[in-house]
Design a protein around this ligand. Sequence first.
Ligand code: ADP
Ligand code: MG
Length: 246
Amino acid sequence: MSNAEPIITVTGAGKFFGKLKALDNVSLTVRPGEKVVIIGPSGSGKSTLLRAINRLEEIDAGRIVVDGHNLSDAAVDINRVRMDVGMVFQSFNLFPHYTVLDNVTLAPVKLRGVPQEEARAKALALLDKVGIKEKAGVYPAMLSGGQQQRVAIARALAMNPKIMLFDEPTSALDPEMIGEVLAVMLDLAREGMTMVVVTHEMGFARQAADRIVFMDHGRIIDEGPPEEFFESAKHPRAQKFLEQIL
Ligand code: ADP
Ligand code: MG
């Protein structure tokens, strides 16, 4: 695993919003099967970095290569790349006018050309996996936040992604629902999914992460395996951040 070629390579990425430097010379590699947890204060560039990996933000400097595709290359078929990169956001973004089942089958049928019946069978299996199969026929509004987020994860997995990106997937949830979503993510991690996760859930980070990346002011200022990182964050700002949230 650790010797494999990186599936994500970010090299010297820079991104301005007007005069604000949201990403400042960020470099990060993720190998197949690796789980990287990104932490850091609000506004430090975590979402921008995650979104750049899917080219939801275009970088102004540096390069990002995902599964062999240079995202800045004019010839890159970004929709093709995105099909292999599942993304789960803080706000679940389910399609409100589709049932849970249809939310999960829509992209595989439309984008991958999977036959409806096959997509349906796979969707039910995924809904079962995230513990919510009995809700297949209902509309998202009928579900709790935790349930909606589990559907969002199933929907992303239905595309058979090579990489899953999570941007604070539990931040919008009531406390009693956080655990059920983290449990699904932990399962996924144990199955070997390549994951980049922005989260404040340090228990999850300890359990799932191969590497913790700490961002501040658009830069990665500390990085290491969780044991090492939590015991002795090298950078004073990372130490301070940990003191505040742990
Ligand atoms: P984080 O996810 O770590 O909280 P973000 O990546 O969302 O941080 O934001 C980094 C910085 O860029 C913040 O100062 C934020 O206000 C700014 N920013 C993010 N997106 C935009 C945007 N679309 N337009 C202007 N500024 C933005
Ligand atoms: Mg964010």
